[in-house]
Write a protein that binds this ligand. Structure first.
Ligand code: URA
Length: 433
């Protein structure tokens, strides 16, 4: 087989066979197929797409390209949750302890952030001492004891995806539905969960900007899950503004901890409960979504979910005093107000621009090699539908620099202020089973 023929076939809009897809994935992982040919194939897939069968084969081949984690030593049915990536998305820190609080095991392998979306591991590492590297035995024992553990993806989990994702990132081929679906699902399959709940974002801050595209991505991932024997459901949720009010690493841990303590940050609380309820039902802990939702809501309000969070942080070496007293989390030196020069109502907050503004402050990475700063970030004072007066503070930049002008401009640009009060922003659009 020759790689150039595989590229030509896809470029001409034909379906690839299982053998051709496996030849590419195995050859590229082994370093036998060069980046320029892999890039050409990615671009051909970007334009010509892939059938559901091709996508499932691509996913399985990527999942099998490295280690596959055997979690059978964990007691109970393991459900994983995955978000397609948003800004201010600290939902994992809420759903994890919530689901653990009803006895369902959560064994999560997470990654670091790149670009305008943050990474779960980076956020957790704002807690002093928190360890994301651990042996498989410790990971399993943590889950069996505490029902929740989050570990860094081991170097060799779906290496084909790792290589391809880095390549797609610099070749304009990230936002292709089969490629995103295959990428996400390959890691989920390799990391061993029995069932998967996907939080597929839609809107300005998401990979998929429209509901139709997001629905197509969600459907594709649910199909892959089914074809490859994992019960998968997808919730399509809004990313037309960041989730919650805090963006940045320590900032997001703080806000998640507050929600776990019962603070009613509406979008965060509602989306966390929705996802956690589906997780708990898939795990067989409840027979109905309503029962699960009710019990989980109780656990947010009675402190059980927060207690599960504390236990999880301390089991992984994190300094629990930072959680009990959130003012001990890393904090930036300067707090710079972003002031509105108009009056009216917030109509839109471009989530991607807010993510980029946070990255400029140092909360995220523009390139893989960048170091992140846990203390910097952005607090939104206003969200869609809120009234704003001229001269009022709409957001605060937490910065190490006294004049973070690029971030300031980006945040200003992100806010659209209109004269009319907009309709209430929908949070959950659809659930695809
Ligand atoms: N997240 C992933 O893991 N892969 C993609 O391709 C896009 C988002």
């Amino acid at each position: 087989m020759r790689m150039v023929d595989v590229i030509l076939k896809k470029r001409n809009g034909q379906m690839l066979t299982e053998a051709e897809i496996r030849y590419f994935v195995e050859g590229y992982t082994a370093g036998d197929i060069p980046d320029y040919q892999a890039s050409a194939l990615m671009m051909a897939i970007y334009f010509k797409g892939m059938s559901a069968d091709e996508t499932a084969v691509l996913t399985e081949a990527m999942a099998q390209s490295g280690d596959t984690i055997d979690l059978s030593a964990i007691e109970g049915h393991i459900v994983d949750k995955h978000s397609t990536g948003g800004v201010g998305d600290k939902i994992t820190f809420i759903t994890g302890p919530l689901v653990a609080s009803v006895g369902v095991p959560v064994a999560k392998m997470s990654g670091r952030g790149l670009g305008h979306t943050g990474g779960t591991l980076d956020k957790l590492e704002s807690i002093a001492g928190f360890q994301i590297e651990m042996s498989k035995e410790d990971f399993i024992s943590n889950v069996n004891t505490n029902k929740l553990s989050v570990a860094g993806q081991t170097g060799n989990l779906a290496p084909a995806d790792k290589k391809l994702y880095a390549l797609r990132d610099v070749t304009g081929t990230v936002d292709s539905i089969p490629l995103i679906a295959g990428s996400i699902m390959s890691k989920k399959l390799a990391s061993g969960a029995d069932s998967i709940v996907l939080d597929v974002k839609t809107g300005s801050g998401a990979f998929m900007k429209t509901l139709d595209e997001s629905r197509a991505l969600a459907q594709e991932m649910v199909n892959i899950g089914k074809k490859l024997g994992r019960n998968t459901i997808a919730v399509i949720s809004d990313m037309n503004q960041p989730l919650g009010y805090e963006i940045g690493n320590a900032n997001e841990i703080k806000e998640a901890a507050e929600v776990l303590q019962g603070k009613k940050v509406e979008d965060l609380r509602n989306l966390s409960l929705e996802l956690a309820a589906h997780m708990a039902v898939l795990a067989g802990a409840f027979s109905s979504y309503q029962d699960a939702y009710g019990e989980l809501e109780n656990n947010l309000d009675n402190g059980k979910a927060f207690q599960a969070f504390r236990t999880f942080i301390s089991a992984q070496g994190g300094d629990i005093s930072m959680i009990d007293d959130l003012s001990r989390l890393p904090a930036a030196a300067h707090h710079i107000k972003v002031v509105s020069d108009k009056e009216g109502y917030v109509e839109e907050i471009d989530a991607e621009s807010i993510g980029v503004a946070a990255m400029y402050l140092g909360a995220g990475r523009a390139t893989k090699e960048d170091k992140i700063n846990h203390s910097v970030g952005i607090t939104l004072n206003k969200k869609i539908g809120d009234e704003v007066k001229k001269g009022e503070t709409i957001a605060v930049l937490h910065s190490e620099d006294t004049t973070p002008n690029d971030s300031l401009e980006k945040v200003k640009e992100a806010y659209k202020i209109a004269q009319e009060k907009p309709k209430k922003q929908q949070l959950i659009y659809e659930v695809i089973k």
